[in-house]
Design a protein around this ligand. Structure first.
Ligand SMILES: [Fe+2]
Length: 315
């Protein structure tokens, strides 16, 4: 395969019909890459037909990524997105699609400003939708079948992170954004099937492959190459997001004195959401979950992070 081609889910691409006008789109059929030609039919129609035949991915050039990201961003900012006739289901599918296309580019070619912008806009839109929902539970119930569990989890983690940060007098919009960026990027090198492996490992139900174990470092190294785009605080959170204060986390097994306040806040918020999903999003279990978290996430900056989390959850 041409190394400048990157794989993008056709389902995601189809949510942004404007994004693939005037670019080259390739597909893989019977092991061969072919460039699509569209003499009579629209891109959308051809991709829909291919999708119906079981073709899941299209391939586009790195050189076209900026153009695609621009088109995706303008769809998210378009009148259509805000039109009262556009349902929230469509909105949430579009924000997830946008975030996934951006992550596909980042995974293949590293971060760049255009894909970060798309992630940021998608995150802002999703945060607004969660805020407008009559509660987190209502949001999850409504959108569960509409987008992937991972997208729901990372969005709810970011929403909770922002609420927990509000409890700290030194918070600022910039700090909230730096922490949310960690939430958007921390698992960018993982594939859909890897999440199950991480979950089982964290529940003590299975092993973890070396590649998956190293993902916090892999993402960190990728982001460090673009230091001008990603704040160091964001990178530190990503490196530490699976670590534990008792030294039993991964990939390094650091102990409590190595964490800072932002990492501790991000980690307890992410674990809380993870456990809430494990409990079928039954909010009445929140105290049990907090109790379980307190037995692991204690000491150093974790005490203040847990106090803030408790006050948010009890509100
Ligand atoms: Fe992760």
């Amino acid at each position: 395969m041409d190394s400048s081609l990157t794989k993008i889910g056709i389902a995601h691409l189809l949510k942004f019909p404007g994004s693939f006008e005037g670019i080259e789109v390739h597909v893989q059929v019977a092991g061969k890459f072919i460039k699509l030609n569209y003499p009579n039919e629209s891109f959308t129609d051809i991709l829909k037909k291919l999708q119906a035949k079981g073709v899941e991915f299209a391939y586009v050039h790195q050189g076209d990524s900026e153009k695609i990201m621009e088109a995706v961003k303008s769809t998210l900012n378009s009148k259509f997105f805000y039109d009262p006739a556009t349902t929230d289901e469509v909105r949430v599918q579009q924000t997830e699609g946008a975030a996934n296309i951006a992550k596909d580019f980042i995974r293949n070619f590293g971060v760049d400003k255009a894909s970060l912008d798309v992630l940021k806009v998608a995150n802002e839109k999703t945060m607004t939708m969660i805020k407008e929902a009559p509660g987190l539970h209502a949001f999850v119930k409504r959108f569960r079948g509409q987008c992937s569990e991972e997208y729901l989890k990372s969005s709810l983690t970011n929403f909770l992170v922002a609420m927990v940060l509000e409890k700290f007098p030194w918070k600022s919009l910039q700090i909230i954004h730096k922490t949310m960026t960690a939430g958007m990027l921390c698992d960018v090198t993982l594939l859909p099937e890897d999440f199950e492996e991480v979950r089982n490992y964290e529940k003590g139900l299975g092993e973890i492959s070396e590649r998956v174990r190293q993902h916090p470092i892999e993402v960190s190294q990728m982001l460090r190459r673009k230091k001008e785009l990603i704040p160091m605080e964001t990178i530190t959170i990503i490196e530490q997001h699976h670590e534990r204060p008792d030294g039993k986390g991964f990939p390094v097994g650091i102990t409590v004195s190595r964490f800072n306040q932002l990492s501790a806040i991000f980690i307890v918020s992410q674990r809380f959401i993870e456990k809430l999903f494990e409990n079928k999003f039954d909010f009445t279990k929140r105290h049990e979950i907090i109790f379980a978290l307190q037995s692991v996430y204690a000491g150093g900056f974790f005490d203040k992070a847990m106090d803030a989390l408790i006050s948010v959850v009890d509100e």
